[in-house]
Design a binder for this molecule. Structure first.
Ligand SMILES: Nc1ncnc2c1ncn2[C@@H]1O[C@H](COP(=O)(O)OP(=O)(O)OP(=O)(O)O)[C@@H](O)[C@H]1O
Length: 621
């Protein structure tokens, strides 16, 4: 290269009229030299055919529209694979490809006047960036499986605040174009920030909202042991943030080695030196990473605030499931064709057609069932069908729990504004050592009653007392839940072992700030002792929750609840998965816990014999 340069310098000097023997290197000679060297290097690096096509200016090889359309044809293969594997992606591939073509074609045209006007007026650039933020917020908020009211505005706020902050940092401090709002810099870079924000927000928000709805038992398990909303969701929050940030962090890890990203490719193709393009790319990646991270944290924080009320209760009813993917024109056309001509293959998932001839009986059956479900017997919706019976009245003992005329209603149907009263003016008083059975038909509201007492669901009116302490006067609901333990009827399905769980509940804020709370070692030692008395191996608490059978997990969680020493124990069908012998052993332990610790127990059961057994054991003791 230097040899070539030497030759050009000599030639340049000759053309400029210098005497080569004097060899004085002027600016003019340097300019001619550099121009010539560049032209030669660019043309030498290209195959002869390209050199001809790209012309003598060394710019991009032009891709005419027919060839651009030709580049879309391999996607037909993807459609064929989607059809064969029944992936139901044909519509999405088609719509995405057309959108890419149309949107980029439009943007190619509108950017020219925006760049011209934006170079003079900052508000043109700001307006266009705001427009991009609105579109980004729409896309980001439309993708998650579940949504909440005001989700679009929350996503917009998260995106806007982070993009504005990162842009100020990038353009005012790092890049410093002139003017600082130069649209040639601001618009493409903001576009890249927004593109990554959408993906991060959609992935993270989807993971978090899905957890709030579908992992409700896990969250409420922690809440029922006195966790705050942050403590109850910490694992799910961590996972959601990781899910959102992982694509960017992964691409940063392989950038340059495996992938040459779009911006760098564009700059190199546009004629920029690769080193300069690489520096810009590094800068963009750092900006994308911080902007994406900030937006994900912001929106997850907002989602957490929406999901819980001030008493750290999970409000699952605030989320609604999307009806399905947005309907595309392709879908509409296909559905019309399908219903009119019945020619569209029925094997594509979600669009199966039913032959009325062959399925008439099945259809009749289904209809009967559906009508049964949609018009429930009014008797099933009557309030106050639950019965609380104190099995061993101890009128002289101190009051432990007072439920004072509480009401609870739930939506008649999911998402409906109409409500159904489960119980009204409902009350009970339990004294130290008393056990009460909670009975009633399925769906009457027994679990809702126990969850209300535990402070996991709100009450419409009335109040609760623990001794003389009024619940509505308590500033911190976690303190109440630490003393009133609800044992769920669901099988525990959280990652980790019961030993890990004991360590987690012993390190909750409420446990650390309360005196006399058993340590993790004490909890786990007593749990081992109890489960061994109930016919299980002591080492069962070292197995993963998911490795325990339904009956084993049920015994372990009851043992953990007893070992954490609550004042009120709320058992929701806690022995339903056990054989008779195991049931008897658990009953005995619960009875002695109530007697020895002066605790009150509310026990939901459908087993009349169990009620008689507990009643006779407690009254004869
Ligand atoms: N979050 C909720 N939103 C709307 N309705 C709910 C909600 N939770 C429970 N319900 C409804 O409240 C009613 C009472 O539910 P609950 O679980 O308390 O019944 P249950 O008496 O414990 O029944 P089972 O004996 O079958 O466990 C049911 O009809 C249920 O569909």
């Amino acid at each position: 290269m230097w040899y070539l340069a030497e030759l050009y310098v000599a030639e340049a000097r000759r053309l400029a009229g210098f005497d080569n023997s004097a060899w004085d290197y002027t600016d003019e000679a340097r300019r001619i030299l550099l121009t010539k060297v560049n032209e030669t290097l660019v043309n030498d690096a290209r195959p002869p055919s390209e050199s001809v096509e790209s012309g003598s200016d060394g710019g991009l090889v032009d891709v005419p529209v027919p060839r651009l359309l030709l580049s879309m044809t391999p996607l037909l293969l993807a459609c064929a694979v989607s059809y064969i594997l029944n992936l139901d992606l044909i519509s999405q591939i088609f719509v995405s490809s057309v959108r890419t073509f149309v949107q980029l074609s439009i943007v190619g045209f509108i950017l020219v006047p925006i760049f011209q006007a934006g170079a003079e007026h900052w508000y043109v650039v700001a307006g266009y960036v705001l427009f991009m933020c609105l579109l980004a917020a729409r896309e980001g908020s439309a993708r998650p499986k579940y949504s909440f009211r005001g989700q679009f505005l929350c996503v917009l706020a998260a995106i806007l605040s982070n993009v504005v902050l990162v842009s100020l940092f990038a353009f005012a401090i790092i890049i410093r174009p002139t003017p600082v709002y130069d649209p040639q810099y601001v618009i493409p870079i903001c576009g890249m920030l927004l593109g990554n924000c959408i993906n991060g927000i959609a992935l993270s928000l989807n993971a978090l909202l899905t957890s709030f709805v579908e992992q409700q038992p896990e969250i409420e398990l922690y809440l029922s042991f006195g966790a705050t909303k942050y403590e109850a969701c910490s694992r799910l929050l961590r996972e959601a943030v990781r899910t959102g940030t992982m694509p960017t962090l992964n691409s940063m890890a392989v950038i340059g080695l495996i992938s040459i990203p779009g911006m760098m490719t564009g700059q190199v193709l546009g004629g920029s030196p690769p080193q300069e393009a690489a520096r810009y790319q590094m800068l963009i990646m750092y900006l994308i990473a911080i902007c994406g991270f900030g937006s994900i944290l912001s929106i997850d924080w907002v989602a957490l605030l929406v999901a819980f009320d001030k008493d750290h209760r999970l409000r699952g009813e605030r989320f609604t499931k999307r009806a399905g993917p947005r309907r595309s024109i392709f879908y509409t056309v296909r559905s019309c064709c399908s219903s009119m001509c019945n020619w569209w293959p029925t094997r594509v998932q979600g669009y199966k057609t039913v032959d009325p001839e062959t399925t008439s009986n099945a259809g009749a059956d289904t209809q009967t069932k559906v009508s049964d479900l949609t018009s429930p017997d009014p008797v099933d919706l009557a309030p106050n069908r639950i019965h609380v019976t104190v099995l061993n009245a101890a009128p002289n003992a101190t009051k432990v729990l007072t439920v004072d005329r509480v009401n609870r209603s739930v939506p008649l149907e999911a998402g409906s504004k109409e409500t159904r009263v489960l119980f009204a003016d409902f009350g009970v008083t339990l004294r130290a050592g008393e056990i009460a059975s909670v009975t009633g038909p399925s769906g009457a509201g027994k679990s809702q009653f126990l969850r209300l007492v535990a402070g996991l669901v709100p009450l419409d009116c009335g109040d609760l007392y623990l001794g003389d302490e009024r619940r509505s006067a308590m500033r911190d609901m976690t303190v109440w839940r630490h003393k009133v333990r609800y044992v769920t009827q669901y099988k525990i399905d959280t990652p980790g072992t019961p030993t890990d769980f004991a360590a987690q509940i012993s390190s909750l804020n409420v446990a650390k700030s309360t005196s006399g709370v058993p340590t993790a070692d004490e909890v786990i030692a007593e749990t081992r002792q109890l489960i061994s008395a109930w016919g299980m191996s002591r080492s069962s608490v070292d197995k993963e929750w998911k490795e325990l059978s339904g009956g084993e997990a049920q015994r372990v969680i009851v043992a953990l609840a007893i070992a954490s020493k609550p004042q009120v124990l709320l058992l929701d069908e806690s022995t339903s998965a056990l054989d008779l012998e195991s049931k008897l052993r658990v009953e005995k332990s619960v009875e002695s816990y109530a007697r020895e610790h002066g605790a009150a127990v509310l026990w939901i059961t459908h087993d009349d014999e169990q009620i008689s057994r507990i009643e006779s054991a407690m009254t004869s003791a």
